[in-house]
Write a new protein. Structure first.
Length: 194
């Protein structure tokens, strides 16, 4: 069991660009049981079994509770498959948008910084949160469309006042870090879950 845990932990440490992390909620010997499925369901986890079995009832329960259960006979298969599952999960998480705004006007500050004057179309924007910028409506994007910019909200403004949060249907100024010189009216800014 320790060899499996070490092999899985190595996935993160060997991949400097890893977009996922691992957390072990339970480590045990023996076949996979209903209680393992209930734990995985409550913690939104994946069950990974090595040289163990699970009854068809366990698989039925897992399917009903939308829990992924995988069993393996070799460590190599286990590590490769778990890496694929983790990367897929990371991509799914990245796709969760928490805010969307349209750039109405761009203002240049004496400091050289740019403020994007925006209207928040959905969700909210908060200081310090990660954002991406697109030159077309994100609803029209395909999987192949990459953001023009990804950065962090350095400061939010309403008029001359600094604010912490800008909600739906409000106008605000968004100061980005690092500065994105190419930002224009009509661009879209999205706040991500990350």
């Amino acid at each position: 069991m320790e060899a499996v845990k070490a092999s899985l932990a190595t996935l993160v440490t060997e991949n400097a660009s890893a977009t996922f992390s691992l957390k072990f909620h339970s480590l045990a010997t023996g076949d996979i049981t209903d209680s393992d499925v209930f734990l995985a369901s409550s913690t939104k986890s994946v069950i990974v079994g090595f040289n163990v079995n699970a009854s068809s009832g366990v698989f039925d329960l897992a399917e009903a509770r939308k829990v992924i259960v995988k069993t393996y006979k070799t460590i190599y298969e286990l590590v490769d498959d778990v890496k694929d599952v983790l990367e897929f999960t990371a991509v799914e998480d990245e796709a969760k948008i928490k805010g969307r705004a349209k750039v109405l006007k761009v203002f240049k500050l004496p400091s050289g910084d740019l403020i994007a004057g925006c209207i928040v179309l959905a969700g909210s924007f908060k200081n310090g949160k990660k954002v991406s910028i697109y030159d077309k409506d994100p609803d029209d994007l395909t999987k192949d469309d990459a953001p023009l910019y990804t950065g962090v909200i350095k400061k939010l403004k309403r008029g001359k006042d600094d604010i912490e949060v800008a909600g739906k249907d409000t106008e605000c100024g968004i100061l980005l870090k690092p500065v994105f010189e190419e930002i224009k009216e009509g661009f879209y800014i999205e706040r991500l879950t990350l």
